[in-house]
Design a protein. Structure first.
Length: 167
Protein backbone atom coordinates (compact mmCIF):
# COMPACT_ATOMS: atom_id res chain seq x y z
CA UNK A 1 0.00 0.00 0.00
CA UNK A 2 1.47 3.35 -0.97
CA UNK A 3 0.79 6.40 1.16
CA UNK A 4 -0.09 9.80 -0.30
CA UNK A 5 -0.52 12.65 2.20
CA UNK A 6 -3.74 14.62 2.02
CA UNK A 7 -1.85 17.90 1.45
CA UNK A 8 1.49 18.67 -0.18
CA UNK A 9 4.89 18.94 1.51
CA UNK A 10 4.86 22.63 0.60
CA UNK A 11 1.54 23.25 2.38
CA UNK A 12 2.50 21.37 5.55
CA UNK A 13 5.90 23.09 5.63
CA UNK A 14 4.32 26.53 5.20
CA UNK A 15 1.94 25.85 8.09
CA UNK A 16 4.20 23.89 10.45
CA UNK A 17 7.80 24.54 9.40
CA UNK A 18 8.43 20.90 8.42
CA UNK A 19 7.65 18.56 5.51
CA UNK A 20 5.88 15.21 5.99
CA UNK A 21 9.04 13.10 6.16
CA UNK A 22 10.43 15.30 8.93
CA UNK A 23 7.21 15.03 10.95
CA UNK A 24 7.10 11.25 10.51
CA UNK A 25 10.71 10.88 11.74
CA UNK A 26 9.99 13.09 14.76
CA UNK A 27 6.84 11.15 15.63
CA UNK A 28 8.57 7.78 15.14
CA UNK A 29 11.36 8.91 17.47
CA UNK A 30 8.71 9.78 20.08
CA UNK A 31 7.00 6.39 19.59
CA UNK A 32 3.79 8.06 18.47
CA UNK A 33 2.59 4.87 16.77
CA UNK A 34 1.83 3.59 20.30
CA UNK A 35 -0.40 6.62 21.00
CA UNK A 36 -4.01 7.22 20.02
CA UNK A 37 -5.02 10.06 17.72
CA UNK A 38 -5.82 12.51 20.52
CA UNK A 39 -2.48 11.85 22.19
CA UNK A 40 -0.55 12.37 18.94
CA UNK A 41 -2.38 15.64 18.21
CA UNK A 42 -1.79 16.83 21.79
CA UNK A 43 1.93 15.98 21.51
CA UNK A 44 2.18 18.02 18.31
CA UNK A 45 0.28 20.94 19.83
CA UNK A 46 1.96 21.03 23.25
CA UNK A 47 5.54 19.93 22.53
CA UNK A 48 5.97 21.16 18.96
CA UNK A 49 3.62 24.20 19.06
CA UNK A 50 1.70 23.08 15.96
CA UNK A 51 -1.62 24.92 15.63
CA UNK A 52 -4.71 22.82 16.54
CA UNK A 53 -6.03 22.21 13.02
CA UNK A 54 -2.57 21.29 11.74
CA UNK A 55 -1.97 19.05 14.79
CA UNK A 56 -5.01 17.05 13.67
CA UNK A 57 -3.83 17.02 10.05
CA UNK A 58 -0.32 15.83 10.93
CA UNK A 59 -1.65 13.22 13.38
CA UNK A 60 -4.14 11.89 10.82
CA UNK A 61 -1.53 11.61 8.06
CA UNK A 62 0.98 10.00 10.43
CA UNK A 63 -1.62 7.36 11.38
CA UNK A 64 -2.30 6.69 7.69
CA UNK A 65 1.45 6.53 6.96
CA UNK A 66 1.92 3.94 9.73
CA UNK A 67 -1.10 1.90 8.61
CA UNK A 68 -3.05 2.69 11.78
CA UNK A 69 -5.89 4.35 9.89
CA UNK A 70 -7.30 4.21 6.37
CA UNK A 71 -8.12 7.18 4.19
CA UNK A 72 -11.52 8.66 5.19
CA UNK A 73 -11.39 6.84 8.56
CA UNK A 74 -11.76 8.35 12.01
CA UNK A 75 -12.45 6.74 15.40
CA UNK A 76 -16.22 6.64 14.72
CA UNK A 77 -15.96 4.98 11.29
CA UNK A 78 -15.54 6.43 7.81
CA UNK A 79 -16.58 9.81 6.42
CA UNK A 80 -17.48 10.98 2.94
CA UNK A 81 -17.91 14.52 1.74
CA UNK A 82 -18.87 16.32 -1.44
CA UNK A 83 -19.37 19.97 -2.25
CA UNK A 84 -20.64 22.07 -5.09
CA UNK A 85 -21.23 25.74 -5.80
CA UNK A 86 -24.78 26.28 -7.05
CA UNK A 87 -26.25 29.32 -8.76
CA UNK A 88 -28.93 29.97 -6.09
CA UNK A 89 -29.06 32.22 -3.02
CA UNK A 90 -28.11 30.64 0.30
CA UNK A 91 -31.59 31.13 1.85
CA UNK A 92 -33.32 29.31 -1.00
CA UNK A 93 -30.98 26.31 -0.77
CA UNK A 94 -31.23 26.21 3.02
CA UNK A 95 -35.05 26.10 2.81
CA UNK A 96 -34.92 23.43 0.09
CA UNK A 97 -32.72 21.26 2.28
CA UNK A 98 -35.08 21.54 5.28
CA UNK A 99 -37.75 19.85 3.13
CA UNK A 100 -35.45 17.13 1.74
CA UNK A 101 -37.33 13.82 1.92
CA UNK A 102 -35.98 10.96 4.00
CA UNK A 103 -33.98 13.04 6.47
CA UNK A 104 -34.78 13.60 10.13
CA UNK A 105 -33.35 17.03 11.01
CA UNK A 106 -31.58 16.99 14.39
CA UNK A 107 -30.34 20.60 14.38
CA UNK A 108 -30.12 23.57 12.06
CA UNK A 109 -28.92 27.16 11.98
CA UNK A 110 -30.61 29.37 9.38
CA UNK A 111 -28.57 29.72 6.21
CA UNK A 112 -25.52 28.05 7.87
CA UNK A 113 -26.03 24.31 8.40
CA UNK A 114 -28.47 21.40 8.67
CA UNK A 115 -27.62 18.24 10.60
CA UNK A 116 -29.66 15.09 10.48
CA UNK A 117 -30.07 11.38 10.03
CA UNK A 118 -30.89 9.73 6.71
CA UNK A 119 -33.84 7.50 7.65
CA UNK A 120 -33.07 4.76 5.11
CA UNK A 121 -29.69 3.72 6.53
CA UNK A 122 -29.36 5.77 9.75
CA UNK A 123 -26.39 7.64 8.26
CA UNK A 124 -25.50 10.88 10.09
CA UNK A 125 -24.98 13.87 7.83
CA UNK A 126 -24.13 17.56 7.99
CA UNK A 127 -24.85 20.09 5.27
CA UNK A 128 -23.01 23.41 5.34
CA UNK A 129 -24.04 26.47 3.34
CA UNK A 130 -21.48 29.11 2.34
CA UNK A 131 -22.68 32.20 0.45
CA UNK A 132 -20.22 32.96 -2.34
CA UNK A 133 -22.27 35.94 -3.55
CA UNK A 134 -25.91 37.03 -3.41
CA UNK A 135 -26.80 34.42 -6.01
CA UNK A 136 -24.19 31.66 -5.55
CA UNK A 137 -23.86 29.23 -2.66
CA UNK A 138 -21.41 26.45 -1.92
CA UNK A 139 -23.04 23.42 -0.31
CA UNK A 140 -20.85 20.89 1.49
CA UNK A 141 -22.39 17.56 2.53
CA UNK A 142 -20.54 15.32 4.97
CA UNK A 143 -21.70 11.81 5.91
CA UNK A 144 -20.45 10.33 9.18
CA UNK A 145 -20.07 6.94 10.83
CA UNK A 146 -19.97 4.87 7.66
CA UNK A 147 -19.18 1.24 8.44
CA UNK A 148 -16.62 0.46 5.73
CA UNK A 149 -14.30 2.25 3.36
CA UNK A 150 -16.22 0.87 0.36
CA UNK A 151 -19.26 2.86 1.55
CA UNK A 152 -17.37 6.13 0.95
CA UNK A 153 -17.53 5.96 -2.87
CA UNK A 154 -21.22 4.98 -2.82
CA UNK A 155 -22.15 7.81 -0.47
CA UNK A 156 -20.08 10.36 -2.40
CA UNK A 157 -21.81 9.29 -5.64
CA UNK A 158 -25.25 9.52 -4.01
CA UNK A 159 -24.74 13.05 -2.61
CA UNK A 160 -22.96 14.27 -5.76
CA UNK A 161 -25.99 13.18 -7.77
CA UNK A 162 -28.29 15.07 -5.37
CA UNK A 163 -26.20 18.24 -5.64
CA UNK A 164 -25.92 17.95 -9.43
CA UNK A 165 -29.72 17.76 -9.72
CA UNK A 166 -30.79 20.62 -7.46
CA UNK A 167 -33.13 22.77 -9.55
Amino acid sequence: MSFKPSVSDEAVKKATGKIWGEWFKILDKQKASKLNHTQIARLLYEKHKVKPWWSQMVANNYERYKGLRQKYENPAGFEASVSKTIDKPVGQLYQWWLKFPGITITSATKDKYVRGIVKKDRMRMDVGFYAKSKTKTQIAVQAHKLKKVSDVAKVKKYWKNILDNIK
